[in-house]
Design a protein around this ligand. Structure first.
Ligand code: ZN
Ligand code: FE
Length: 266
């Protein structure tokens, strides 16, 4: 019996619209598109890298994540994976927590997490295959921040972020927007004494100045610097109390809700 060597899958970052990132997970020949909001951007990247589209994964129903699904699926006739509890036009496989996505080309498997809050049905894809740890988390966890609560409650979102934060520290976080600098400015306002956060801001500024994406980050970096994963930080709590946004007895959900509300107008 011979084993055909397969190359370790990689991820292509495809900027789209104003600040979105779309992704192609590929093996040099075949590619899976994640959150293809823009069919033309995906098609151009497939063409530029001579890749064949074999599947589409979507995290939630917003147009900047699924706008290109119909066009790409028509062109390539591929399965479209989508959340069970979000309506995505063109979906052929509906997924919820505990489900797995096992693909042949590229050879890669993901397990699905329910991460409601930004939308009711939002899901994340965690790479299961041996190799680097990855998570595609759409608009739930961002580099230095988190998504807005359009359809869910603070309780829901805090639980969803908790699931993502419990992934291994070296997990690469593929979030769908370049919001990092604005997020880190807010983080510095609520936790100015966090040395890891200060260092991250300097680094992120340099990356953006050089025209580089700040995404993916890692779960470890998010846990150390992202205020929405740090609702137990005494400094964050003290800032919110001083600002009159929570009482001294507030629990983690109230801390989270106060942070999210403040960020909405920051
Ligand atoms: Zn969204
Ligand atoms: Fe989005």
């Amino acid at each position: 019996m011979t084993t055909i060597p397969r190359s370790e899958p990689g991820v292509l970052t495809i900027p789209a619209f104003h600040d979105n990132y779309l992704w192609l997970v590929h093996d040099g020949k075949n590619a899976v598109a994640v959150d293809p909001g823009d069919a033309a951007a995906i098609a151009a990247a497939l063409d530029a890298h001579s890749l064949e589209l074999t599947a589409i994964l979507t995290t939630h129903h917003h147009a900047d994540h699924v706008g290109g699904v119909r066009e790409l699926a028509r062109q390539w006739d591929v399965p479209v994976y989508a959340p069970l509890h979000d309506a995505v036009a063109g979906a052929t496989v509906r997924l919820a927590e505990g489900d797995r996505v096992v693909l042949d080309r590229p050879a890669i498997a993901f397990r699905v997490l329910d991460v409601p809050g930004h939308t009711r049905g939002h899901i994340a894809y965690v790479r299961e295959t041996q190799g680097a740890h990855w998570v595609f988390c759409g608009d739930t966890l961002f580099a230095g921040g988190c998504g807005r609560l359009f359809e869910g409650t603070p309780e829901m979102m805090l639980a969803s972020l908790g699931k993502l934060a419990s992934l291994p520290d070296d997990t690469l976080v593929y979030c769908a927007h370049e919001y990092t600098l604005a997020n880190l400015r807010f983080a510095l306002a609520v936790e100015p004494g966090n040395a890891a956060l200060q260092a991250r801001y300097v680094q992120a500024e340099a990356m953006r100045a050089a025209g580089e994406p700040t995404v993916p980050s890692t779960v470890g970096l998010e846990r150390a610097t992202n205020p929405f994963l740090r609702c137990d930080s005494p400094e964050i709590r003290a800032t919110l109390v001083r600002e009159g946004r929570i009482g001294p007895q507030a629990g983690p959900v109230q801390v989270f809700a106060a942070l999210r509300e403040w960020k909405n107008t920051f």
